[in-house]
Write a protein that binds this ligand. Structure first.
Ligand code: P6P
Length: 335
């Protein structure tokens, strides 16, 4: 039988619709919401490719040669996602890394979901052509709620979906709706995310650690002891170091190759740097759904309860055995 896979394309929409068939209560609302997320990612992907050519480089607030405040890619991306999510009629509350306050959608356009997102994570890397990404997490509005900030100040265990889009040599979108993780690659010639990495499973243990060692002066004893143990192990087989400085790229490699990614709290960043709602929770959900672990060092990342929408947390995520080793070291140093 000839292989017709190239004419039997499994798009993200088709795959999610197919998955929803296993849920009798599914209405297709999540599929429609994810269509808006895909639109945002496709638009950002196209802008990233030509950012250098159409003066989209740099960050918001800088000015061009004429002294004009030109809208930069991080602000442009935010506007695209907010408008796409607002108009799809499936969202009631949004939280963006770019907006100080939560966005409550107008009454006539509300739906049963809340979306927390970082539209362009790692945007300081744009000018160097280093990978950047979009990260998103989705809650269902609580029973009886009309959509308020309390609908997003909840543990990550209550997220119903999460994903990221990695704008790199390929444009990859990784997604979980609670039944494992699937990866898609953008075919820009037809404008579709095609299923290329079905049912991703992270290796139980890896050989790579990913952390900014420039902060090691500020690390606590547990963090120092753990990473020293990877660099000078008793078996004389040290881990490799890989750190891109763009969370989406570092987590993407960790998800596919295994190992551990970390942004610890330290004496300089007492609560860590990465944001709970739209960086830590979505990545933690994806890694757990792929068979890995995500921890603050002392507790399961997804069980953290955010108090404010931009709260930060330390995070260690990746291969289950690597994160378990990390937690054993932290257990030796009571808080
Ligand atoms: P540092 C990018 O600015 C970011 O928010 C994440 O994407 C990345 O993991 C982290 O910060 C890098 O921070 O302090 O190592 O440059």
């Amino acid at each position: 039988m000839a292989d017709h896979t190239h004419t039997n394309l499994i798009t993200l929409t088709r795959h999610v619709l197919n998955d929803q068939r296993h849920h009798s209560e599914a209405t297709g609302d999540l599929t429609l919401l994810l269509t808006s997320v895909q639109l945002g990612c496709k638009y950002v992907a196209s802008c990233v490719r030509k950012a250098g050519l159409i003066k989209l480089m740099g960050l918001a607030g800088s000015t061009n040669v004429q002294g004009e405040d030109v809208k930069k890619l991080d602000v442009l991306s935010n506007d695209i996602f907010i408008n796409a999510l607002k108009t799809c009629g499936k969202v009631s509350v949004m939280v963006s890394e770019e907006d100080e306050h939560a966005i409550i959608v107008d009454k006539g356009q509300r739906g049963k979901y809340c979306v927390v997102f970082d539209p362009l994570d790692g945007s300081s890397n744009i000018d160097a052509g280093v990978n950047i990404g979009t990260i998103f997490g989705i809650y269902r509005v609580r029973e009886g709620s009309v959509g308020t900030i309390e609908d997003v100040l909840r543990p990550g265990t209550e997220m119903v979906a999460a994903g990221y889009c990695n704008y790199g040599s390929m444009c990859n979108l990784m997604l979980t709706t609670g039944n494992g993780v699937d990866g898609y690659t953008l075919d820009s010639s037809i404008g579709e995310f095609i299923l290329t990495h079905p049912n991703i499973r992270i290796p139980a243990r890896g050989k790579i650690y990913s952390v900014n060692e420039g902060n090691s002066l500020y690390w606590d004893k547990a963090c120092t002891e753990y990473f020293e143990g990877l660099k000078r192990p008793a078996n004389n087989k040290p881990y490799s170091a890989r750190y891109i400085g763009s969370m989406v790229a570092d987590v993407h490699r960790t998800l596919l190759y295994g190992g551990i990614f970390a942004y610890p709290a330290d004496s300089k960043s007492k609560k860590g740097k990465l944001r709970i709602l739209y960086e830590c929770f979505p990545m933690a959900m994806l890694v757990e759904q792929a068979g890995g672990k995500a921890s603050t060092g002392r507790k399961r990342m997804l069980e953290v309860m955010p108090e404010h929408i931009h709260d930060r947390s330390p995070i260690f995520l990746g291969s289950r055995e690597d994160v378990e080793d990390l937690e054993k070291v932290y257990a030796k140093y009571p808080q």
